[in-house]
Design a protein around this ligand. Sequence first.
Ligand code: WTA
Length: 660
Amino acid sequence: MEREKMGGPVEAPLEAILEEERVFPPPPQFREQANVRDPQVYQEAERDPEGFWERWARELTWFQPWEKVLEWDPPWAKWFVGGKTNLAYNCLDRHLMGPRRNKAAIIWEGEPGEVRILTYWELYRQVCRFANALKALGVRKGDRVTIYMPMVPEAAVAMLACARIGAVHSVVFAGFTADALRDRIQDAQAKVLVTAEGLWRRGNILPLKEYADQALEACPTVEKVVVFHRGCKEKEQVPMRRGRDIWWDEAIASAALQCPPEEMDAEDMLYILYTSGTTGKPKGVVHTTGGYMVGIYATTQWVFDIKEGDTYWCTADIGWVTGHSYVIYGPLLCGATTLMYEGAPDWPQRDRWWSIIERHGVTILYTAPTAIRTFMRWGEEWPGRHDLSSLRLLGTVGEPINPEAWVWYWRHIGGGRCPVVDTWWQTETGMIMITPLPGITHCKPGSATLPFPGVRAEVVDERGQPVPPGAGGYLVLTRPWPAMLRVLYGDPERYKVQYWSRFPGVYFTGDGARRDQDGYFWIVGRIDDVVNVSGHRIGTMEVESILVEHPAVAEAAVVGRSHEVKGQALWAFVTLRDDVVAGPSLEEELREHVSKRIGAFARPDRVIFTPELPKTRSGKIMRRLLRDIAEGRALGDVTTLQDPEVVRSLKEQYEHIEGG
Ligand code: WTA
């Protein structure tokens, strides 16, 4: 096997590599061909950050140039002021003049095994047709369109079509169920919903249209629903509401093939993407056109080292920001080939991903640590069955990666020859913020290393003062960046309070971090009431408010607990109403209740019944103590506790669970 011939470092036992805290410089062959090799780029960008971003902007097409790169009136930013452009034009039309016209833009594989390849020309045609179809349904610039779709090329087509005509898309992850979809449609006041009758997951059908119909019972703003026929069910089996619902193919049947791109102001809204926050209500993160485009373009070029011949695969779902920025917009801006896969990694077997990489010759793989830890558990034999020698670069995102998983990925997937980029960013940042540059950075497993050129980050204490090396603190961003969120949809006040109030003029990430002697950033994870389960952000308040809606529940507190594979898992502590008796069937019922109302990914691992929740004397639930209990840790300060007996009995229960 190729990998076994590599010798040297790949052979070293994992423990030895971790123990000596090895640093991984860029492999020389990689470095020689890298898009960026000169460490001077950091100093240059630091000297003139606006000039740095402006140089990237000039590589793209603008219908009218900007007058000013940045207007910064904290916390309000405007980038490329006065510039006019169109993101879909830059992703598609720009490539049609040259040799990319017939290049694969999207390689798609469905879970049952179908493969479709759309060239840039073909994708352009489909986007224009669907854009015209949306217009015919009454969608105008600024209108919101909710997209609730499987991972199919039509999802990308729908997003790009919105961008082309200036409609604002709001993609809702297809793993959400009816209630979550309803809340997001209502908040965005969407005019049109684009969905499918279902999607494939491990051979089962997830009935998206059914959920959509339930959600729409309470969404009066939605006038039309476009339904893509995924082929999970016969069309006749799908109830269509007359006058409201229309099949995708009928909607495009009479649509014209030409659709001029709308001239968008750099600051016109591009999309809303809902993400979890510290309250029960999800936040609609707003991204605008020009700055987002430039930030995504620059980071895709440098972090993923995109070349003409690459087959790039980011495994994220389009329902999350990674799917927006690095499945669709980033790679298409670069004229790259982006791969989309619809289904589960263990369908029909645990080597599906490695089979995809081998068959399509994937060169760049970008995925989440939770996936890597799952593959570690399944064992090396699965990737070992396939030739992964096409890979040249690996990336991770979404949660901290433990050094064991990093080294396993580097060795068993990358064959010891591919750099690994651990990229830190958020829905709110829009683009990768802290990351290695694969031709320059000496990586340390577990560290996202350094801010991208032009980006400035800091770790600070309670008073906003930078902490010394090695000390923990809050991760903040101290300078605006082009792809930053501009506001929370319909709630400018929450935008100010949430992100810019703790330290005035400084962006508060909600993450804890430390820096080492070399200035490298080590992200610890969320320090607020957000839990990161398998790379999905879930607000504990959201889960709590769903739990207390159940007739058996009086009160609930939900916390994150570290989990070997998922990073974190949800544990719910619940007090029942007086007349209800706890039992194993009730635990299962409550877990199922959350799963039905939010989505399977939010199902708590455990529901623990307790006659009372630990509270302070002023009646506040002490989540910190619950976290200690869930982690099996010694309890922190209990002096402010109202009734110490409560935690004693919870601890006993915990020991009982762990003991089997
Ligand atoms: C976490 C995903 C450590 C972090 C792009 C952040 C990470 C949240 C990393 C954002 C990383 C993301 N190392 N933690 N490389 N990347 N995170 O909005 O807690 O879904 O605040 O965006 O994921 O999650 P979101």
